[in-house]
Design a protein around this ligand. Structure first.
Ligand code: B12
Length: 304
């Protein structure tokens, strides 16, 4: 609270990214306590079932939903008064430019004329540009809270060995794609992997598979670690693998983690996932597994 007050209040503090960073630090600390067994979550890191029964879940066909939404949007646009819509949108752009008028009232009027949210926000964006969140990462928090330091040391040693072999540290990009805004886990994974000796890139939220693949290629990462909590995995993972192949970088490994039901694992493996890390993943164990897979993969390539 003192920190926030010294910055001049919560709104100003949010602008500096401080509250989000503190939340992420707390999440990394908590994950370290869970991973080291100090904090028990029954069924996740203690008293796990030998065999989990498959969950009865609603399997949504994302492509069909997208196509249906596009059809609805086309129908909406065909049946509205286009002149009215355009003048409402122009009024929003003008008000944004001049700083005069109530943007919310104008947005409501545009919505009543059946302008879409995308069109309304674009009318503002034309003048203001699009907000880009600054991604801040934290370091040292995960490893300092982890009790069994030996595991972390072992993974760090493996990362050092990898560097000796390849001339650079193992590099992973933690990616969020689609409309999945759950970035807490991605940040925890990024900070813990950095603490264990990886070079880590964090992609922004809401990327398309094309953007993720391009960033992965531009930064020459060894692995893309896709974090998926909003059920987009069956659509987005195959697209990401395709996009990497299109860029001639099928050698970049793709791993995935998050809220992924067991019945989808086979599909994901068939479409190119080298490893899958569901809820309850102990991060040093995941990091070790990825380093083993990467080392074997690099040695295979060197032999070819
Ligand atoms: C916190 C949370 C939120 C927060 C997110 C805050 C933030 N900035 O991240 C808020 C409140 C905003 C939120 C919103 C929503 N949420 Co929510 N949320 C959760 C919750 C409770 C915890 C997620 C979390 O942070 N876990 C902690 C982190 C550390 O764990 P993790 O990300 O799973 O990662 C671990 C592993 O999965 C693995 N892992 C994951 N990725 C990777 C990647 C690599 C490379 C590796 C090695 C490992 C790995 O390692 C980690 C450590 O073990 C989950 C339920 C749950 N218990 O999982 C629901 C959940 C994910 N949410 C859900 C839903 C439905 C939503 C909403 C759509 C709700 C709504 N109707 O508005 C919105 C969507 C917003 C959006 N645009 O995406 C559903 C998703 C269902 C699904 N997938 O089919 C869940 C599962 C809840 C449920 N049971 O229904 N949510």
């Amino acid at each position: 609270i003192q920190e926030i007050e010294s910055l001049g209040g919560m709104a100003k503090a949010i602008d500096t990214g401080l509250p989000k960073m503190r939340i992420e630090e707390a999440a990394a600390r908590r994950q370290a306590r869970i991973d080291s067994g100090r904090e028990a979550i029954i069924g996740i890191n203690k008293y796990r079932l030998d065999k989990e029964d498959p969950l009865d879940i609603l399997d949504v066909d994302n492509t069909a939903v997208r196509e249906a939404q596009i059809r609805r949007l086309e129908q909406l646009r065909a049946n509205r008064d286009e002149d009215r819509v355009q003048s409402c949108l122009e009024a929003i752009t003008n008000a944004t430019e001049s700083g005069e008028g109530n943007l919310l009232a104008l947005a409501l009027e545009a919505a009543r004329a059946r302008a879409s949210l995308g069109e309304i926000s674009f009318a503002v964006e034309k003048v203001c540009g699009r907000h880009k969140a600054v991604i801040r990462s934290i370091s040292g928090v995960y490893s300092s809270e982890f009790e069994d330091d030996d595991v972390i040391k072992e993974v760090r040693q493996m990362a050092d060995d990898f560097e000796d072999m390849e001339g650079r540290r193992p590099r992973i990009m933690i990616a969020k794609m689609g409309q999945d805004g759950h970035d807490r886990g991605a940040k925890v994974i990024a900070t813990s992997f950095a603490d264990m000796g990886f070079d880590v890139d964090i992609g922004p939220l809401f990327q398309t598979p094309e953007e993720t693949a391009q960033d992965a290629v531009d930064n020459d990462v060894h692995i893309v670690g896709f974090s998926s909590l909003a059920a987009g995995h069956k659509t987005l993972l195959p697209q990401l693998v395709d996009e990497l192949n299109k860029r001639g970088r099928g050698d970049i490994l793709v791993a995935i983690g998050g809220v992924i039901p067991a019945q989808d694992y086979e599909f994901l493996r068939e479409h190119g996932a080298v490893a899958i890390f569901g809820p309850g993943t102990v991060l040093p164990v995941a990091a070790k597994k990825l380093l083993e897979t990467l080392t074997a993969h690099v040695q295979d390539e060197d032999n070819d």
